[in-house]
Design a binder for this molecule. Structure first.
Ligand code: AMP
Length: 115
């Protein structure tokens, strides 16, 4: 299967603003932000979607959440941010390489889970 857009960004084959990276993941700015702060936390491992992760990804999934917290602190939004994962086209997933959306900088209503 062809490399995803995100694998190509990780491999520096496509340009992107990388705000954070470590041995397991990178964090970039979303190209079409839905909030004043809209970042993507992306594992280097190209898991297509959350439901494709397995027990062997247990530590990686936890790592992605901790990376989200690290990046939130880095950009100064640690007091109020939202993390979203779209799993499958029916849920709005368009890039089939697992990623966490980190959104902040706007008021999120309690009842509205989307962005
Ligand atoms: P999803 O719809 O959950 O699969 O999210 C994919 C996200 O990737 C969308 O919010 C897109 O705006 C974003 N995106 C697509 N291509 C790029 C890119 N080259 N650089 C940064 N973000 C991108």
């Amino acid at each position: 299967m062809a490399d995803s857009i995100f694998t190509r960004i990780i491999n520096r084959e496509l340009p992107s603003e990388i705000l954070y990276e470590d041995e397991h993941c990178i964090a970039i700015k979303d190209i079409a932000p839905k909030a004043p702060v809209h970042l993507l936390i992306i594992p280097r491992k190209p898991i297509p979607k959350l439901c494709d992760a397995s027990g062997e990804d247990l530590a990686l999934l936890g790592h992605l959440l901790l990376a989200a917290s690290t990046v939130a602190r880095q950009v100064g939004v640690e007091d109020a941010f939202r993390v979203i994962v779209n799993n499958g086209a029916g849920a709005g997933q368009t890039v089939f390489h697992l990623h966490l959306h980190l959104l902040a900088g706007k008021q999120f209503s309690e009842s509205q889970l989307g962005f």
